[in-house]
Design a protein around this ligand. Sequence first.
Ligand code: ARG
Length: 565
Amino acid sequence: MDFKLEIAKILEKQTNMPMEDVIASIETPPELDLGDFAFPCFRLAKELKKAPPAIAQEICEAITPPSFVDKIEAKGPYLNFYLKRDAYAKGVLPQVYTLGEDYGKRDIGVGQYVVIDYSSPNIAKPFHIGHLRSTVIGHALYNIFNKLGYRSYSINYLGDWGTQFGKIITAFERWSNKDEVVAGGIDALVKLYVRFHDEAEENPKLEDEARAWFLKMEQGDEYALNLWRLVKDISLLDYKKIYDLFEIDFDSYNGESFYNDKMTPVVEEIAAKGLLIEDKGAMLVDLEEHKMPPCLILRKDGGTLYATRDITSALYRKNEYNFAKAIYVTANEQNLHFAQFFKVVELMGYKWAKDELVHVPFGFMNLPEGKMSTRKGNVLLMEDLIDQTIEKVRETIEEKNPTLEDKEAVAQQVGLGAIIFNDLFNSRVKDVEFSWERMLSFEGETGPYAQYTHARCCSVLEKASDVDYSDADVSLLTSDEEFELIKTIATFGDKIEEAANKYEPFVISRFIIAVAQGYNKFYHNNPILKTDEDLKKARLYLTHCVRDVLASALGILGIKAPSKM
Ligand code: ARG
């Protein structure tokens, strides 16, 4: 049973407020003695021309508490509802128990696509921490929307087109060969790029050569395109090492190059709609009226730009998937780019652009400078960061639990979990500090702490493996800790919705910590195995529910939940 909804229905009838508004205004008081749900009467004051406390008093007298409500009190401008704890436990837990990993799911998005563009590294260039953040945030959003019934569709919009590939081909032809780049991977490609720039300072002819190669690519020259494909394959192979670790794959890898042959009609459309103006040989859309610098569409030499491809891909995606939302996850450095190209799509007459194109920016992550062994700015840096994190977990396991089975798998799950959780714990726009000490602690608000709590549930259940608690009487769960824990669990669905509405995975991370803290408090104050048989069963039942909810919430963030650690 959805208790909040039931209370909202009563209030709707009594106040004639629209249901949506009633639901939105019902609060959850921070302390138990203020009730379990509170309804503020400020909004009604204007309409009824009465003071909020008087309104609260009136409503209180007018409604009869439903069977699951213990009492209703008017306190100042608030109407406080106190639930019957036994009825509440019975209304919530069997649902969690039966639905298991499906608990919290909703169907508000059924039949609708949400297209999420994330990770999207620039091939032949380093996969940096920004791409890792984009990957982790985007993947969480992918799961969040799926839980709400949407069909999430992930696109890795590779930066795989542009003049820089002319430079790499130039460098490759002059100073390298296939065997060398295949063996050296992305590292070798980055070196070629760097060398190109060094030598081009002395020898500007190289720039002309590079332009010529890129022109060949654009014209479909097979020799040039084959080299470009090689560069792409080598890069992807390196990126996939990271994706495989996190068990992330994409529904599409259509990057910028995919739009190479699709831009002409779009540029023509922009022109036909009277938006394209010439400026010193280049073509742009003026955005002064919208307080932004102009959006460049064509270079002086007729070449297209990042924005040209993004405008084209947005129209293509709308056409292809008819999305409800198209979400782009990138560092906040690109705020202006997205604001500009969204505006151009809107000015082209596509009204959906305003609500349906969504940029989801995030802040910096500061890495432990100097503490990593490898070449700076390289894809290897990310791998190194991940490896070192896992290595630290390995050491902790050796120290604390040397006889653990599957040590290697657990070390990996905990290390990756720590990285993801650290990334997703605060609002994404905040900068993140990367501190091994903090993120690997088993006590703070961390991934390992959440995973440890899950493992604790598993271990409690294992110790009682001979007890059948499936028919437990959960109405016995009425202690403060039990009641609060059940209340926290019951918010799961709301939290998933909130996370989706705000595009904020941290709503889920906070939920996980609240459940974990609630369980540990319960665990320390309420004996589970050494109590009378009925209560023991009820507490095992609760433990089972907490285990499932933790596993499923961690799963949303892309974090594994080992049963032992
Ligand atoms: N390749 C870009 C980068 O590494 C990110 C692309 C984001 N997606 C997009 N549709 N612009 O900065």
